[in-house]
Design a binder for this molecule. Structure first.
Ligand SMILES: CC(C)(COP(=O)(O)OP(=O)(O)OC[C@H]1O[C@@H](n2cnc3c(N)ncnc32)[C@H](O)[C@@H]1OP(=O)(O)O)[C@@H](O)C(=O)NCCC(=O)NCCS
Length: 233
């Protein structure tokens, strides 16, 4: 149901490119990290997209935004889930592959986004690495392209949940059970030792990039009203 009892999640995607304009938006710390990457372009596109989207929503100069990080597992400020300094109540998440970057923004609820390239779901051990035994029947009868789509979508849902909570892959995704690929996205069971989030909602995201799948999750019991903005970059 979309209405006042839903949380709006704004999603933007960008095609990865080598863009001096993107690089110019990054701060010194981000540029230093970009230089250490084997592939800088996805990082630069992704972080510039975060700055552009938040700058637009907050009516601030994108280059002036300041971020901090906090690790859910060890409380370090050197890594972990990033957040905006001086914008309480605004939450965002970033995910990128070598080709596509996706950002999700929500107000009033922690948010996570994950994008997956279908080709990365093309390996024999997928079920063993990512699914609980209780989830495998949902993949029965799927083959070829449909199977890859199903895997990428379910994997994106799980990782979106773990990015919303901030645990990331410290929590084994096979202990985070989500609905089957052909069902409405939802968290079905939480079997990890880490505390289960009090409330979480999940939505699939329709991307322009047809060879990718994405999902968002937000720490709320309300349904998600996903608004996919125009492709930037
Ligand atoms: C979060 C994580 C799942 C993302 O992995 P990925 O699929 O390679 O990458 P994605 O492109 O989807 O997302 C990367 C972005 O997620 C964000 N991110 C990083 N850690 C995060 C966390 N714990 N929660 C939510 N978002 C996180 C960052 O913006 C990151 O981009 P950056 O590295 O360029 O700054 C992975 O980095 C992870 O598991 N991190 C946790 C590691 C950890 O906490 N270790 C224990 C330390 S005590």
């Amino acid at each position: 149901m979309i209405g006042s009892m839903s949380v709006r999640v704004i999603v933007r995607e960008a095609v990865v490119s080598d863009s001096p304009a993107d690089l110019a938006l990054l701060d010194d710390g981000e540029r230093a990290r970009a230089e250490r990457k084997r592939q800088a372009a996805p990082f630069v596109t992704g972080h510039a997209l975060v700055r552009r989207v938040l700058g637009e929503l907050l009516e601030r100069d994108p280059a002036s935004l300041v971020f901090e990080r906090r690790c859910t597992t060890c409380d370090s400020a050197k890594h972990g889930k990033p957040s905006l300094v001086e914008a309480p109540g605004w939450h965002f998440s970033l995910s990128y592959t070598p080709d596509v970057a996706v950002v999700a923004v929500a107000q009033g609820a922690g948010v996570g986004v994950d994008v997956e390239d279908l080709t990365d779901a093309d390996f024999e051990g997928f079920a063993g690495a990512t699914l609980s035994r209780d989830e495998t029947p949902g993949f029965g009868g799927l083959a070829g392209h449909d199977l890859l789509v199903a895997r990428a979508q379910v994997w994106a849902r799980k990782e979106a949940v773990l990015k919303a909570t901030g645990h990331g892959l410290v929590v084994d995704p096979s202990e985070v059970l989500v609905s089957g690929p052909l069902e409405v996205p939802a968290l079905i069971d939480w079997r990890a030792d880490a505390p289960r989030p009090a409330a979480i909602s999940i939505a699939d995201v329709a991307l322009a990039a047809g060879d990718h799948r994405a999902a968002v999750a937000a720490l709320t019991a309300q349904s998600l009203d996903v608004v996919v903005g125009p492709s930037a970059g």
